[in-house]
Design a protein. Sequence first.
Length: 72
Amino acid sequence: MKNIMIPTKDLTREEWLELRRNGIGGSDASVVMGKNPWRSIQQLWEDKTGKTPVLENSNEYTYWGNVMEGIM
């Protein structure tokens, strides 16, 4: 499998959330491994296949993750 880096700097939040559906990121790894108590593999599959609408689940953790993304 090839690792593809996609520049997201100029994307809107909605475009970025939609783009995330095209692969498995760090946020999805715990779900795939069955270690996420808040999300099931079924929910992940529904999200990645477009069966559910793109939802913005913002909280303090996602806020700081977005802030720190530019630093890392």
